[in-house]
Design a protein around this ligand. Structure first.
Ligand code: AHG
Ligand code: MN
Ligand code: MN
Length: 333
């Protein structure tokens, strides 16, 4: 099979669909390069002194791991100087990071979850990086947090890297979903899937069921029906998987179907769910929709949500269309 590199793919996309201007290509390549560096650190583990906690807290009150901070720094440094960005935002930074004045500015804005699945770092289980790309609003002078608060439909690109047995990059620019595998010897990203499609039907679900007693009734009803399997209203058995790295769970679902859920619960009613809209739910929803799946917050399409803060949380139901529609219907009833 002829090897198509990430660069070649991006150039061909631009020629065919006029959808990836040179600055956006640079941005995607720089993010991909940063993910290569993160992958290298992840792979070193204890030998690179990257495991364990950093003894600091992020804005969400979570204890940061060393790799959360290292990955954040790698992405910031890689993206600062290229001239393609106006500003960045990250799970690990309280507020936005405008491009310093010593560098030229571009028209894009980059958001990321530098290290997704932090609880899995120290136990050598798959983790990842998630990113989302927006355009700076027309006439923006000095970027502010407000400029980032655009609905997910405005994303011009989104992707994730998964650091597992293989390191992969999954990418959409609004024209389907492509997957690239890192050739570690050559140091290059090689396309290994051209058009990922999520199977419409599934018998596999992903949820942290230890929270079941805190859920609201629609979630409990849906879950009880899945658990009842053949003996209940669904009339067939379902299987369960939960990796606790959204990237790894979504990657499985892209490849063999399934539904991923992180619902809101009664413990902290004003914190709607655990996952963050701007750099977890939105990019994943964009990818999942581009792969023919669906993504809702239980009420409507995630991509249509008008954000009000950078770190806002959102309930997430995404994956195979039939199950996402069903659980969403229960919430609407
Ligand atoms: P992060 O490591 O970026 O904070 O994200 C972790 C998220 C997500 O990746 C995963 O699906 C979920 O948290 C796991 O939550 P539980 O620990 O509640 O299972
Ligand atoms: Mn995350
Ligand atoms: Mn994270």
């Amino acid at each position: 099979m002829k090897r198509i590199s990430l660069t070649q793919h991006l150039i061909e996309e631009q020629r065919l669909h006029d959808s990836i201007p040179a600055e956006l290509r640079l941005l995607i390549e720089v993010v991909a390069r940063a993910c290569k560096t993160i992958s290298h650190s992840v792979g070193k583990g204890a030998l690179g002194d990257v495991l364990g906690t950093a003894h600091s807290e992020n804005v969400q009150g979570e204890i940061q791991k060393k790799l959360d901070i290292i990955s954040n720094e790698i992405l910031l440094e890689a993206n600062e100087w290229g001239g393609h960005l106006a500003a960045m935002a990250s799970e690990e930074m309280e507020t936005i990071h405008p491009i310093p004045n010593r560098y030229p500015k571009g028209e894009y804005m980059l958001l990321f979850d530098p290290l997704d699945g932090s609880s899995n770092i120290d136990v050598n289980v798959s983790i990842g990086t998630i990113f989302s790309v927006l355009k700076a609003p027309e006439g923006m002078a000095t970027p502010t947090e407000q400029d980032f608060l655009q609905p997910g439909t405005k994303q011009v690109a989104a992707g994730y890297a998964v650091y597992g047995p293989q390191t992969m990059l999954v990418l959409t620019t609004g024209n389907g979903v492509k997957c690239f595998t890192l050739d570690r010897e050559m140091g290059s990203w090689v396309m290994t899937q051209r058009d990922i499609k999520i199977p419409e039907e599934t018998s596999e679900y992903a949820i942290n069921a230890s929270n079941a007693r805190h859920w609201y009734p629609p979630m409990q009803q849906y879950f009880n029906e899945l658990q009842a399997g053949k003996t209940g209203v669904r009339g067939r058995d379902f299987n369960m998987r939960w990796i606790a790295s959204m990237v790894a769970d979504v990657h499985r679902i892209l490849n063999r179907g399934g539904i991923f859920m992180y619902p809101a619960d009664k413990r902290e009613p004003d914190k709607a769910g655990k996952l963050r809209l701007m750099y977890e739910a939105n990019p994943m929803a964009f990818i999942v929709e581009q792969a023919g799946g669906a993504a809702t917050d239980g009420k409507g399409r995630i991509l249509d949500i008008a954000p009000h803060t950078l770190h806002q949380r959102v309930p997430v139901f995404l994956g195979s269309r039939s199950e996402v529609e069903r659980v969403t219907a229960y919430h609407k009833a």
